[in-house]
Structures are given as structure tokens and as C-alpha cells.
Design a protein around this ligand. Structure first.
Ligand SMILES: O=C(O)C1=C[C@@H](OP(=O)(O)O)[C@@H](O)[C@H](O)C1
Ligand SMILES: C=C(OP(=O)(O)O)C(=O)O
Length: 430
């Protein structure tokens, strides 16, 4: 475990944010299903992206990579119709990888064993379990409390599917990737509240780029013609708004930060970080090719997490340091991520003198002017680690962060970038 002692200080400067992890996963999945050679360029390699590549290889895709300038990677993907090459699918800690790959493995009719680490074994899979049971397919979990090792076996058949809309949109994306390859038409209906809809929009956009047609009514009912073929293509992955959110918040709480590589017309739901910070009094604007965040005096507000769960941890930091009161609502799903993110942020920031009350589906926050500093834990969750790093800006005393290495799940260069912006830390252990 890596423990860092961070000196409180404002960050400032210019950075190129990593490429979107969500869009990277989608491009790699689509490329692996397209017969022929695709190029997925400008990718920031993280543990989650590597897990997706490894699993796609077990289904026959041949994936090679070369380094581009600026530390990015270009993947060449020779796609194919999924067939069994290996039997083990190691998803690491990546929920996206697990939920996207299960239906793809079930296209083959062969048995696959999924493995994973961290909290992934206890993150929900029931929506798929129900579908596999309905079709009489194998879906064998390690135990009632741990999904792993998970054995699944298709072949999945076309038909009418239903999925709940409020557990994880990743189940919906996963089925949307697989169903176009079945031999007949399928329909998919979403029941209950629909959250993380923007992620389904990202999936539909990736599918369309790779030549797949899906019709939908308001994201709740889908018609998925069968016998479709993914078409290979070349494309680069844009900057990640979920990661930009850390630096934009740091800009509001400290000194000016400029980000390169962000698409103003992005479909990413986490682009909501811009209007939310603006509503809190932040000055976040595009100036030419830069997205600039200038210091402001944050004020409390209501933040709806339904469509942008991943930026809530860092917005909790902004709210904890705002004037007045903030309510974070519709955030129940944050408890199902790499850790219980509502509990983690309330527990760790309260250790530093924040005034946060946990509610079943959100957080109630009374702002304070500054935090004390002290020792906090990252809960083995990259977004908690990066959010706490941003909180260090307004600590009176140094902040000791335990488990800082977990950022590599999505952003291995985070600590380097933190330093580039003037952050100061030293490692306290090996
Ligand atoms: O599809 C995706 O790329 C993701 C969907 C979201 O999950 P939920 O749909 O479970 O909220 C998000 O939290 C996750 O980091 C990435
Ligand atoms: C929840 C996340 O990812 P995943 O669900 O893919 O593990 C995340 O990156 O914050």
C-alpha cells in the first residue's frame, strides 16, 4: 500500500486529461466484434482498459498496441465473431469489463469463467442472472456473497429482454453490444427508473459508428435487428470528463487550471461537471481549445447524481468547502461502485472537519471554510483517492493519504499530473 503525505497548496497550470475510459472500453469492444482491422487511437491505458483488452482476446480478437507521442497508445484490433480462445476472463476491478463481456461470452455456446478482484465480486449481477435463468443457460456464481469464480455458458437466443434501469446501465450496454449479432430480432425494455442514461447514449453512439443499427423510444424500449455486422473503423478517443472533473474542481478551489483535449460537444454525461460547478459559483469556460477553471467562492446547491454518478465524490469535496448547504440526491447507486462512495466520502471528509450527513440515497452537506488535514483512507477506490487529493488544497495541515496507488484503475498518471500542477507530496512507505 502506498501512503502519501500531501502538503496543502493550490494547483495551477495546463494539462492534457486522459482519454475517456468509457469511450475507450466501447471502441475496443466494437472493434473486437468488427471483422477486419480497426484502429483505436489516443487511448490512455489504465488497469480497466487492459482488463477489457485481455478479455476480448479470449474471444478471438487480436489486439496489438504501439505508443503514440504524449504517452497515449494506439490499438490495432483484428476483430472477429466471438469464439472461444481462452476460458478465463479476468476483469480485474472493472465493472464495465465484466458487464460488457458476459453477454459477448454467451454468444459462443462455450463455458467461460469470469474472475475479478477488489469489490467486483460483490457488485450486482442479478439482472443478467435472471436473463440467463429465463433462457435456461448456465450462470453459476462462486457463492451467494461472491460472484467469483463465475461460470457462464450460452448460447444466448434472440427474444424479448427486460432489465431494471436503476442497478447499472452497464447491463443495458452489455446486451446492446451482443444482441445485434444474434440470428433474429430482439427487443429490450427497461423497467423502473432509468439512471446513467448518458452512458447508454455513449453505447448507442459507438454502435452507430461501427455500423450497428438500433432503434429506441426514449432509451426505455429498444428494437435490435439481428444478423448485423460490425464494420471496422479508425478513430481516436476524446478526453475524459470524469477525470477532468478533479482538475476543474481544483481550479475552482485554488488557482486557474486549463485542460486540453476536451470535446465541447461530447456526449459524456460527466460533462455535467461544467454546469454544476458554474451553478456553485465556479468559472468554468471553453477558451479556444482549452477548458479553463478559475478560482471562485463556491456556494451550496442541489446536485442530482442520477446521470453523472462518477463526478459525485469530487463534487462532495466542492460542497464540503462551499458556503451554505448542499443536497446530493438520487445517488443510491454510488454505494455499488468500487466502494460505497457515499459512506467513504462522508467518513473521510468528516475526519477532516467536514459536516456531511449520509442519507440512504444521498448526502446532506453543510459547508466549512477549510479542512484540518490528518490521515484518510482511499477505500481502494480511485475516485475517492483523487477526490481526497483535491481536498488537500484547502487543508490547514498536511494530508496523509493511505492506499494512493488505487488511482491506476483509471488514471495511472494522476500523481504525476498532480505534481505537474504544482502539487507536493512525499511517499511515507515503500
Ligand atoms: O458504462 C460505463 O462506461 C459506466 C457507467 C456508469 O455505471 P452505472 O451505469 O453502473 O451507473 C459509471 O459509473 C461507470 O464508471 C462507467
Ligand atoms: C465505477 C467505475 O467503473 P466500473 O463500473 O467500470 O468499475 C468508475 O470508473 O468509477
Amino acid at each position: 500500500m502506498t501512503t502519501l503525505r500531501i502538503e496543502p497548496r493550490s494547483l495551477t497550470g495546463t494539462l492534457r486529461v486522459p482519454s475517456s475510459k468509457s469511450m475507450g472500453h466501447r471502441a475496443l469492444v466494437c472493434a473486437a466484434l468488427a471483422q477486419g482491422s480497426s484502429q483505436v487511437e489516443g487511448v490512455s491505458v489504465s488497469r480497466d482498459i487492459l482488463a477489457t483488452c485481455d478479455c476480448l482476446r479470449q474471444l478471438g480478437a487480436v489486439i496489438t498496441s504501439r505508443e503514440e507521442t504524449g504517452g497515449r497508445t494506439a490499438f490495432t484490433v483484428e476483430g472477429t465473431r466471438p469464439h472461444q480462445v481462452g476460458t478465463e476472463m479476468d476483469c480485474g476491478e472493472s465493472g464495465s469489463t465484466l458487464r460488457f463481456l458476459i453477454p459477448l461470452a454467451a454468444l459462443t455456446g462455450d463455458a467461460f469463467t469470469f474472475q475479478g478482484s477488489g469489490k467486483l465480486g460483490s457488485r450486482p449481477l442479478e439482472p443478467y442472472e435472471v436473463i440467463f435463468r429465463q433462457q435456461g443457460l448456465v450462470f453459476r456464481k462462486g457463492s451467494a456473497r461472491d460472484n467469483f469464480p463465475l461460470t457462464v455458458q450460452g448460447p444466448l437466443r434472440p427474444g424479448h429482454f427486460t432489465l431494471p434501469g436503476d442497478v447499472s446501465s452497464q447491463f443495458i450496454s452489455g446486451l446492446l453490444f451482443a444482441l445485434p449479432l444474434l440470428e433474429g430480432e430482439s427487443t429490450l425494455e427497461i423497467t423502473g427508473k432509468l439512471e446513467s442514461q448518458s452512458y447508454i447514449a455513449l453505447t448507442l453512439s459507438a454502435l452507430q459508428k461501427y455500423g450497428i443499427t438500433i432503434e429506441h423510444e426514449n432509451y426505455r424500449r429498444y428494437r435490435i435487428p439481428g444478423n448485423q455486422q460490425y464494420q471496422p473503423r479508425e478513430g481516436a478517443v476524446e478526453g475524459d470528463y470524469s477525470q477532468a472533473a478533479f482538475w476543474l474542481t481544483a481550479g475552482m478551489l485554488g488557482r486557474t487550471i486549463s485542460l486540453l483535449g476536451m470535446d465541447p460537444d461530447s456526449l459524456q454525461g460527466d460533462k455535467a461537471i461544467i454546469p454544476i460547478l458554474q451553478k456553485m459559483g465556479g468559472q468554468v469556460v471553453f477558451e479556444g481549445d482549452r477548458l479553463v477553471s478559475r478560482p471562485g467562492t463556491p456556494i451550496g446547491t442541489t446536485i442530482d447524481a442520477a446521470d453523472c454518478p462518477d463526478i459525485i465524490p469530487v463534487l462532495t469535496v466542492a460542497a464540503a468547502l462551499s458556503q451554505g448547504h448542499t443536497e446530493i440526491i438520487h445517488a443510491e447507486r454510488l454505494r455499488l461502485k468500487e466502494c460505497d462512495r457515499l459512506k467513504a466520502m462522508a467518513t473521510e471528509l468528516n475526519k477532516l472537519g467536514a459536516r456531511i450527513t449520509e442519507k440512504p440515497d444521498g448526502l446532506s452537506i453543510d459547508g466549512v471554510e477549510e479542512l484540518s488535514g490528518g490521515t484518510v483512507d482511499c477505500w481502494n477506490d480511485h475516485r475517492i483517492a483523487m477526490s481526497l487529493a483535491v481536498a488537500s488544497i484547502l487543508c490547514r495541515e498536511p494530508l496523509t493519504l493511505m492506499g494512493a496507488e488505487c488511482v491506476s484503475k483509471s488514471y495511472p498518471e494522476f500523481w504525476q499530473d498532480f505534481k505537474t500542477l504544482g502539487g507536493q507530496y512525499e511517499q511515507c512507505n515503500g
